[in-house]
Design a protein around this ligand. Structure first.
Ligand SMILES: [Fe+2]
Ligand SMILES: [Fe+2]
Length: 141
């Protein structure tokens, strides 16, 4: 990693926060609209993800505020999906991007001398890995 200061780190946390907003909107829509017996258990799982995404958003907002930043209120656009499989594929891709982001963020927090922030982000890292696993299983990946 090259030179990164706290202000750049706060910008990245705000991008993480916006991505969690997208998850909340996406899972709200998908858990209500994905139909079919084959998707019954993953749809129930999406409802559980949704609750955890709200916690992730709250954690990020608190860390951003603690570091002196302002938590974003910008919600990214959610892509249209033609069917359940495409919706789950979109969910998986978003979770995989988030997993990569949190892996980077925990390392960056540590490098910036913010082990408390790294610790606060750790549950997001583990739960995002679980969400990736759930979606991969559902899609047979
Ligand atoms: Fe999340
Ligand atoms: Fe997630």
């Amino acid at each position: 990693m090259t030179t990164m200061d706290t202000s750049e780190f706060i910008d990245r946390l705000n991008e993480d926060l916006a991505s969690e907003y997208q998850s909340i909107v996406q899972y709200t829509q998908h858990s209500a609209t994905i139909k079919g017996a084959e998707y019954r258990s993953i749809v129930e799982e999406l409802g559980n993800h949704l609750g955890q995404e709200l916690e992730h958003a709250k954690t990020l907002a608190r860390q951003i505020d603690f570091l002196g930043g302002t938590p974003t209120v910008v919600v990214p656009a959610v892509p249209d999906t033609p069917d359940g499989a495409a919706a789950l594929r979109t969910d998986l891709e978003l979770e995989e991007r988030q997993l990569q982001r949190y892996r980077e963020r925990v390392g960056e927090a540590t490098e910036l001398g913010l082990p408390d922030v790294a610790e606060a982000l750790r549950p997001l890292l583990q739960q995002t890995q679980d969400h990736v696993s759930d979606l991969r299983d559902a899609l047979g990946d």
